[in-house]
Design a protein around this ligand. Sequence first.
Ligand SMILES: [Zn+2]
Length: 454
Amino acid sequence: MSSSLLIKNATVISVDDTIGIQMNSDILVQDGLIKDIGPNLISRHNGEVFDATDCIVSPGFVDTHHHMWQQLIRGVTTDWSLANYLDNIRNIYGSLYTPDDVYTANHFAALDLINNGITTVIDHCHILNSSKHTDAAIKGLKDAGIRGTWCYGFYRNPGRSDLPGFDPDITTPAGFDHQARRQDAKRAREEHFPENNPEKQLLTFGGAPTEAEGMTEEALRDEIDFFRSIGARVVTMHVAIGNYAASSFTDSELDLIKNTGSGISATPETELQMGMGHPIAFRAAEVGCHVGLGIDITSNQSNDMLALMRLLLQAERGKRHRENPGTVPIDIQPKSEEALYMATMGGAKSIGLDHIIGSITPGKRADLVITRCDDMNVVPVTKPVGALMYNAHVGNIDTVLINGKIVKKDGKVVGVDWPKLREDVRTRTARMLDIAAKAPPPSEDSWTRLLVDP
Ligand SMILES: [Zn+2]
């Protein structure tokens, strides 16, 4: 049976060069695809209609790097350095999750991303303390109906059998070593992603090596080869972090990334807070790399892509002003459109999905965000991209479509029993905070060891 939706009278920010920004335009969605864009499509349509008067329609946002499991410990790292983060998140919280905690975290995180107009995510999942954790993490994303690639994380949380109040057999069972993880990754790929084809399914399988900068080149190559051998759609890893490199890609490294067609997921908020140097995004884009944006950790930042774009843009503008003291620029760079590109098309390119998503282009999948612009914080709209990036917030995001299906409607994520989920989240979080509070303080250099597989 064919399904059809006409979004009419919208301001369309297509992020497609040939289509551009269109006022009073219609978008025809049919069987999950964007069929047509233009004025007055209504005359030859007899399906469902969405009146998008006073609305901006933009492509669904693409979050290219996210540890979804941290949704349950929202806010705990907001004043932490990288050392504090590694000491507490990797050494404590990562060892406290039960498989059910992982399910709730991933499910809730995906729903909250959808709420924020993020329709595609790369989940770098390094909470896999047993094969039950693996199954729970995948199910959480699948049940939420988000598009993306779930990446099997080899990083091994150390386990904290010294802490009272939880059962290490459930949270971090012994024996789940690197070899067991390889077998489990292969099993997960075969069991949950038999086709692993992004044209046919929303969620696909990828790999995340242990920690690129904490292992030998040989070991890293071996892990990448392994993921390729089991058909990982993407392989993603942390690079240029902390005291290892301070966001310090050399020019030749950026050239290599560009020439191999690899993508960079820039995570400006983490980079700024945790001492990783100036955000890499625009420098990498200028040399021609595919650059997308990543939320990274909800233990610290919000899932708000609009805020992330603005933060990145203004940090970059600030840097360029500082580099030219005593001058008043006639033209400021970069432009808002460039940050929006990274959050949509650039992200899609960097994860190899730009033939499917990333712009409002006929033939692509209908992942769309409809933002109402009739509230006090948005009126009047003089520049559509500016209104979206500088004025709108999650509360203005009225409707979200993934694959043509409405997943947020009238400002609410569809099919969620929020009071029940909220209670579940609070209970799980309270249990973990309680256990973590009993942990002894870490030694001064303990965090340096945590980038390496223990
Ligand atoms: Zn990360």
